[in-house]
Design a protein around this ligand. Structure first.
Ligand SMILES: [Zn+2]
Length: 332
């Protein structure tokens, strides 16, 4: 009997001997003439929360060379070790984007909007998929009543407008965090920015909201912004960053937006500071508070930058947390 080990598998010895042992002698092997598909299936995943239907809709992902200062307060070697521990590629970073759609039965609500359709071409199809996947999920953008924005980074707001600068959701009211709106539309705040990145965040936010003639509805923390959807102040990542508790029929999910970026790095290591956390100490305090709550209350979390479909439970592990993805449910 062939020993089952890596060398034997790679040499094909197992396959060859297994084929000899198992192949029925009377039949010739299949010719495998079907052409390769070369494309992924549309990316959306639906689940029930009480009376609500939630659809996680992928916008795709971004993959880039790991910057030396991606995590500002630890060495790159440690980041690479965490990537390898999660079976991710060393020296590369992949960040998924997952907006969600909530159908309450009476209202159709989009939460965050992805990197925008223009990014589909720019990224050669790896990002900017949200609107195409929305359509594939049978959701008509014209039927959306409400869009709720968590914060003003491009991967969350760019999908609000089409490539030619028109509203992507022409019949929807757009809800934005009041603090975020005030901060990013303040000319004084913009003039005090010193880094290219922050100047870019201001310019990007203004491009989107100017295209919408700044016709948005600001909302505060701790308010029921839509039926069963309560805003929670989770500031730090940006000054007005918001998350939400969505509740229906005694069930809840915490829609965290960017309390953590990729969980393999920042749930496992809540003390790590991603370079795009604007106030890193506040972001860390927020992250620890939220994740302690998620673990203690066994509350499901929908994480914008979690691997698709980005819905999980969280438990304490070592000095951080680990996420346990929710299993695919073949029915609703
Ligand atoms: Zn983000």
């Amino acid at each position: 009997m062939t020993e089952l080990n890596r060398r034997a598998l790679l040499s094909g010895a197992v396959a060859a001997s297994a084929a000899t042992a198992l192949a029925p002698l009377a039949h010739s092997p299949a010719l495998a003439a079907m052409p390769l598909a070369g494309a992924q299936a549309p990316g959306w995943y639906r689940y029930k929360l009480g009376d609500y239907e939630i659809t996680a809709v992928t916008d795709g992902r971004s993959t880039f060379k790991l910057p030396d200062t991606f995590v500002v307060n630890v060495k790159k070697d440690e980041v690479n070790a965490a990537l390898l521990a999660a079976h991710m590629e060393k020296d590369m970073m992949t960040i998924p984007y997952t907006p969600v759609v909530i159908n309450t039965g009476a209202k159709l609500i989009v939460m965050d909007t992805g990197t925008g359709e223009a990014n589909f071409t720019r990224s050669k199809g790896t990002g900017g998929q949200f609107h195409a996947n929305l359509k594939a999920a049978g959701i008509d953008r014209n039927a959306v009543d409400l869009v709720i924005i968590s914060h003003f980074h491009g991967d969350h707001i760019n999908g609000l407008i089409t490539p030619d600068g028109k509203p992507s959701f022409p019949n929807a009211e757009i809800l934005v965090p009041a603090v975020e709106m005030k901060y990013f539309m303040d000319d004084g705040e913009m003039s005090r920015q010193t880094t290219d990145r922050m100047k870019g965040v201001f310019a990007g936010a203004r491009k989107v909201f100017d295209a919408l003639h700044r016709k948005v509805t600001p909302y505060e923390a701790g308010k029921e912004v839509a039926p069963g959807i309560t805003s929670v102040a989770t500031h730090g990542h940006t000054p007005g960053h918001m998350s939400y508790v969505v509740a229906s029929g005694g069930k809840t999910v915490f829609v965290q937006a960017d309390v953590t970026n990729h969980p393999a790095l920042f749930a496992r290591n809540p003390g790590w500071h991603a370079f795009f956390d604007q106030d890193a100490n506040m972001a860390e305090a927020t992250r620890r508070k939220v994740y302690d709550m998620l673990a203690a209350d066994k509350m499901m979390v929908q994480g914008f930058h979690y691997p698709f479909p980005s819905v999980a439970y969280v438990e304490k592990a070592g000095s951080g947390y680990r996420e346990i993805p929710v299993a695919w449910n073949p029915t609703l």
